[in-house]
Design a protein around this ligand. Sequence first.
Ligand SMILES: Cc1ncc(COP(=O)(O)O)c(C=O)c1O
Length: 338
Amino acid sequence: MRRNYQNIPRYVPHAASGYALNQNESQYPLPERLERAIRDVSLEALSRYPVEELLALKASYADYAGVEPTQLMVGSGSDELLAILSQAILDTEDRVVAPAPDFSMYGIYTQIARGHFTQPDEQGLRYETLTEIIRTTDPKLVLISNPNNPTGKMWTLDELSDIATRVPYLVVDEAYIDFTMKDSFVSRLNEYSNVIILRTLSKAFGLANLRIGFMIASEEIIEQIDRFRSPFNVSGLSAAVANVVLRDESYIQESIQFHTAQREKLTELLRPVGEILPSRANFIYVKTDDSEGWASRFLDKGVHVRAFPDGLRVSAGTDEAYALIRQTIEEVNSVENS
Ligand SMILES: Cc1ncc(COP(=O)(O)O)c(C=O)c1O
């Protein structure tokens, strides 16, 4: 085994019962018309390695994203694309910087690629803090989720553009951008050839189970990074199902409307817990010193949320889950007031 492999944590998934508002998955049910169309997906090519399905998927997604198919790479989730791009860009000991907090896998993929991962100790979501740590660390790669996971904070296009001028490579991870498409960096991609955008079908598209993510970059960068991809890394069946959903005229707008409305309800609901940070994604972050306490009280009612040191991240969910959240908060209030 590699030296220090123990420093790399395992990701062990748990089957959870109840309401999972801890992974920012879509809670919008797939419409019947799509379920029917998916059942019609052909199984004829099951014995062959997938080619056509991937070409069709790239064409559909390029249309959706407003780029050329040659500017895309498809991965088994954006997670796999993070792994691939880290391997492609980093030489041993190269430095990588990300804001703090940010998506927890960034540090892990950097370690796997034998790089050095640094995040600010304090005020890690301030633009000034980030540019200062870039100045002192001189990273080859900066990774930023926008909207930020877990807080929902948006980095402006001007801030991201400025950061792109300071480093060899900037990854803008747009896992949640479908909920606020006007903020996508795609509009500036032609001006910043060192920027790589990541997207996924796991969130607004409600297809986490298919494991499909996209890298969007210049044709030149795609050509370089694609060398580090395994052959046939994405299932053709997944690609075919995704293609059915992508080609639907109204599904993505329906999903966005549902999640936006449910996020607003959740904001009102969680106000008694603490300060709510503004969010355009399908989750909100509520600040509280008692995050573990709240998470375990919600769990007692069957609602999973994600606890962080200074707050909770809660995905937009269904009214049934919200009824249980309301009950929990009312019970705590009645104990406090008695
Ligand atoms: C910011 C961010 N990036 C990437 C991912 C990975 O998504 P997937 O591998 O399902 O595409 C997630 C999942 O939660 C995420 O929050």
